[in-house]
Ligand binder design. Sequence first.
Ligand SMILES: [Zn+2]
Length: 125
Amino acid sequence: MTGLSEKQLASLRKKLDRREAELSAELASINNEAMEESAHLPPLEAGDTLDQAEARTHETIRDGEALRDALELRRIADARARMRNGSYGRCIDCGTQIPRERLEVQPSSERCVPCQRLYEAHHSA
Ligand SMILES: [Zn+2]
């Protein structure tokens, strides 16, 4: 059992849908921008101009955003899979019930707060 009612699950599922649509749109626009920019980039010549260096920096920042979006999309898909197999709402590390308030804020949460902290402590730079 997930400890969530059908109604709560349905509302969380809707949130996942909305977030997924947002992220997909964001990713699509990032990709469009990238394509437009690369069409306007001057041909590369020997040596790096400041502009080119700057363009590359922007690209890196944008790639970071795209990566975050893609990761969140991945988490949303995982959350959906957990809804299907009935494990949604439980921490994937310790199996404890994730507080509903946390799920409301971030429906794709996969860990309880203590486990998430631990995970981030080990995985963030
Ligand atoms: Zn946990």
